[in-house]
Design a protein around this ligand. Structure first.
Ligand code: PLP
Length: 476
């Protein structure tokens, strides 16, 4: 496929300007560029075809099954996009006077109250632009809290080895030392290990529950209590709330601060790098440290308030506002009954697939799972030389997006499968059949799997080169 620059044809354009009916005023030479920008020149229909062609080369939820574990690639109702695109929301300028954006602030405030109710938190900020950004924000709030208490020696955050890679990275970014603790044979936090590492230097714990092997830690109340008794705070990585929303609340599990990925659980299409919203919620003890500014009810209207000991801004203005509107529509559409039902179906779908695959595949920590489960292909690799990567690539030939590969790190040759609640039984049955067929092929003709995929626009890419030496600019 040609790049848009290669399709460009001198003199073509898709704009039709009316003739000028005001006096022409020369732009000062100092403000003018010396040569015209090298932009592609194309007719409107060719641009439309170009992007349609590109679109056909990708795989999205609208193309087929997309069980990318820990990412919640579910169907997002189009009505929520439409609402976010309403001119009254999409056409606002962030510097407009507050009295002209009262409806927009009310929408944020109502969403905040719903998300507080779903998570058991007291206050929330919409500024962070993604999950990792939310982690960073929440950790800075923990840091500010200890500092305000004069508790300066608390510089360590405890992170289980099942954690998402962003957790230790965010801790380091926020200036903490990471203490990694191993999981026990059930895939849960090892309580004795946890007790042995807490102390006067514990700033807090960072935990995902259900964790990245899809297991809900049944000792959660004991875990958060151990941290609180040591003087630390508990951070909940709620990027994947899909298994628990409306059923259990992080606030009731003993967590003090959390982030939610609105772009995973709450109806924003994501992937390909954005946009996202990693909103951060906290209990009252941390509310004074929230970023600037916080929407609050004031008399009949709404105002933006600076929290007393705010950590400052972590992003411009109100965050990715349109994503909040999608989330608000999603929550209001599902309501009190629909929210827990969505979670229950996500859990049911994951268990349905897990049980239908468990006779042929090795499932890590094979027990009732939450929204996702992890397959290990160690045996297939050892016996046939077929790796998790080979298996993932073979799925592409069936029009199925691969699961998350080689994560979590504690499972060898891992494939992490998250079917989500929006898939039907028919789809799940078909995908189970495909998984089994690929496994059979791997056993009978392992060499062929090293060559997959055969039907995609490109086959095996040099991923290391793509990451290390990305070519992001067209060179004329
Ligand atoms: C996706 C995810 C994150 C990071 O979220 P981003 O929006 O990609 O920064 C953090 N933790 C968990 C458990 C996740 O699944």
């Amino acid at each position: 496929m040609q790049l848009i620059f290669e399709k460009s044809c001198e003199g073509r354009s898709c704009s039709m300007m009316p003739s000028c009916d005001v006096p022409v005023c020369e732009i000062p030479a100092s403000l003018k560029r010396e040569s015209a920008p090298k932009l592609p020149q194309m007719a409107e229909v060719d641009i439309s075809r170009h992007y349609t062609e590109l679109m056909k080369r990708t795989h999205g939820v609208n193309d087929g099954f997309y069980p990318l574990g820990s990412c919640t690639m579910k169907y997002n109702p189009k009505i929520n996009d439409e609402m976010a695109n309403l001119a009254g929301f999409a056409g606002l300028h962030p510097l407009q006077p507050v009295h002209t954006v009262q409806g927009a602030l009310e929408a944020l405030s109502v969403l905040e109250s719903y998300l507080d109710e779903i998570t058991g938190m007291d206050a929330m900020t919409f500024q962070p632009a993604a999950g990792a950004h939310g982690e960073f924000t929440g950790l800075l709030m923990i840091k500010a809290y200890h500092k305000a208490n004069g508790d300066l020696k608390r510089n360590k955050i405890i992170v289980p080895d099942t954690a998402h890679g962003t957790n230790p990275a965010s801790c380091t970014m926020a200036g903490f030392k990471v203490i990694s603790i191993p999981s026990n044979e059930d895939g849960c936090v090892d309580l004795d290990k946890l007790r042995s590492v807490v102390g006067e230097d514990t700033a807090g714990l960072m935990l995902t529950n259900p964790n990245t092997v899809g297991i809900f830690d049944k000792n959660i109340l004991e875990i958060t209590k151990i941290i609180h008794e040591a003087g630390g705070l508990n951070y909940y990585d709620g990027a994947n709330l899909n298994a628990v929303m409306g059923i259990v609340r992080p606030g009731d599990m003993g967590f003090d601060v959390i982030h939610l990925n609105l772009h995973k659980t709450f109806s924003t299409p994501h992937g390909g790098g954005g946009p996202g919203a990693g909103v951060v919620g906290c209990k009252n003890i941390l509310a004074p440290f929230l970023p600037l500014y916080h929407t609050v009810k004031s008399g009949e209207g709404y105002e933006m308030e600076a929290p007393a000991q705010s950590i400052g801004s972590v992003r411009s203005f109100y965050g990715n506002y349109g994503i909040a509107i999608r989330a608000l529509c999603y929550v209001m559409t599902l309501g009190k009954e629909g929210i827990p039902e969505a979670s229950s179906n996500a859990v049911l779908n994951a268990n349905y697939m897990r049980v239908n695959l468990q006779d042929e595949f090795d499932i890590a920590f094979n027990n009732i799972c939450m929204h996702e489960f992890v397959i290990s292909l160690t045996r297939t690799k050892k016996d046939k030389g077929v790796t998790a990567l080979d298996f993932a690539k073979a799925l592409l030939d069936y029009g199925v997006h691969p699961p998350t590969m080689y994560f979590p790190l504690i499972v060898d040759e891992a494939l992490m499968v998250e079917p989500t609640e929006t898939e039907s039984k028919d789809t799940l049955d078909e995908v189970v059949r495909i998984f089994k067929e690929i496994l059979k092929n791997a056993n009978e003709n392992p060499e062929a799997l090293h060559e997959a995929p055969h039907t995609t626009p490109v086959s095996r890419l040099d991923e290391v080169k793509a990451a290390r030496e990305p070519v992001l600019r067209y060179e004329y």
